[in-house]
Design a protein around this ligand. Structure first.
Ligand SMILES: Cc1ncc(COP(=O)(O)O)c(C=O)c1O
Length: 379
């Protein structure tokens, strides 16, 4: 099976066997080019081209392309520099009250919950972690824990360590029946797994740009459901937080009636310009097609790992599986496995006590076979 994306779009894919998108993706060439062009223009021309109008409208293309990817509208999308930044602004905006409970899993990426933990220390809200078993969280246990004391459920759509995927609609329904908000970190899913934001029922969906969206560090995107767009008071505000960003009057504060109220400052704007290109590229290819491709690679990898007697940590059933495959070999420490493959120019990551593969659209079945052949020499 060939790579889904032509090499010309991801030239770096020829330089290594790169199976590490869950850590950092190879960047779409059109994205890299747009960032370089934008930075060069700014360096050489300052505000000659990047004038007030250009700065006011700089996120327009990313608003539109990401809205298209999520079946949302451009008004539903806010841009910032990182997922952590967006989660932080959001946690202060929601400010879960003292007598309430915030729920998440025991295996979630720290960033997904730390901003809420910080606010909880301030308000006295309580955080409950639903413990997992060997990297797996039983979704029913989490669903059962949601009650009328719950203010927020923070869920990583796909867990970074094991690739376990949750059914957003199921969580949204239970959250809303109990009066809780569902906050989704889609950093490990957006770009690889279809997301229909309005249909999912999620209240917020945040994703960093440098993983499955094939963009850069320095840009992230947040979907805000329409019912929250006029009520939330963002934790981070600045001159951009206003309807008229150029009024520049300290007495004036008037947030946009949209997700754009979460856009507050200057940033490495070129990163957002580049991410818009990656997102547009993925949307044109079709996320369903990307998902099918990635799962076929995952199947081939699983077959090879089984033959090697590896212990697979990732779920294998159709509703919870993704192309993030984490495993352990019986006799070789995972860090050693990662280093050994690294010497053969095969790039994966160690996570906790296992090693993690995460193939994406620029990988082919040859990449999987290359990695398995090398692993075979180890066992
Ligand atoms: C689920 C998840 N959320 C967020 C992040 C990091 O986000 P950012 O670097 O944009 O703050 C990661 C990074 O691995 C992640 O896996």
């Amino acid at each position: 099976m060939k790579a889904l994306a032509p090499l010309i779009d991801f030239p770096a894919a020829s330089q290594s066997t790169y199976l590490n998108t869950a850590s950092v993706a190879l960047m779409y060439r059109g994205c890299q080019q747009a960032i370089d062009d934008w930075n060069r223009d700014l360096a050489e021309n300052g505000t000659v081209n990047f004038n007030e109008h250009a700065e006011q409208t700089i996120f327009d293309e990313l608003h539109s392309s990401y809205a298209r990817l999520l079946h949302a509208t451009p008004e539903d999308i806010a841009v910032a520099s990182s997922a952590t930044e967006q989660l932080s602004s959001l946690a202060w905006a929601i400010m879960p009250p003292a007598d309430s409970k915030i729920l998440t899993t025991g295996i979630v990426f720290p960033t997904t919950i730390y901003p809420f933990a910080r606010v909880a220390r301030h308000t006295g809200a309580q955080i409950d972690f639903i413990p997992g078993d060997n990297g797996y969280t039983d979704p029913q246990k989490l669903l059962d824990a949601i009650d009328d004391q719950t203010s927020v459920v923070c869920l990583s759509h796909v867990e970074f360590g094991s690739g376990q995927q949750y059914d957003l609609r199921q969580f949204a329904d239970v959250c809303h029946a109990q009066g809780a908000l569902l906050i989704v970190d889609a950093t490990q899913s957006a770009g690889a797994i279809p997301i229909d934001a309005p249909a999912s029922g999620a209240d917020i969906i945040i994703a960093a740009g440098y993983k499955w969206l094939c963009g850069p560090f320095g840009a992230s995107v947040m979907y805000v459901a329409p019912h929250l767009q006029t009520s939330l008071d963002p934790g981070l505000i600045g001159f951009r937080s206003n309807k008229d960003i150029w009024k520049l009057d300290v007495e004036y504060q008037d947030y946009p009636d949209s997700a754009h109220r979460f856009e507050f400052s200057t940033m490495a704007y070129g990163c957002a310009v580049g991410l818009a290109k990656s997102v547009g590229y993925l949307a044109n290819l079709g996320i369903e097609k990307i998902q099918t491709h990635n799962l076929m690679l995952a199947d081939r990898l699983l077959e090879g790992l089984d033959a090697l007697g590896a212990q697979i940590v990732s779920p294998r059933n159709t509703t919870e599986r993704t192309s993030i495959i984490s495993a352990k070999l019986p006799d070789t420490p995972s860090q050693e496995v990662v280093s050994y493959l690294g010497k053969a120019n095969i790039v994966i990551s160690p996570r906790r006590d296992f090693f993690r593969f995460s193939p994406h659209l620029y990988n082919s079945s040859d990449d999987i076979d290359t990695a398995l052949a090398e692993l075979n020499k180890l066992s």
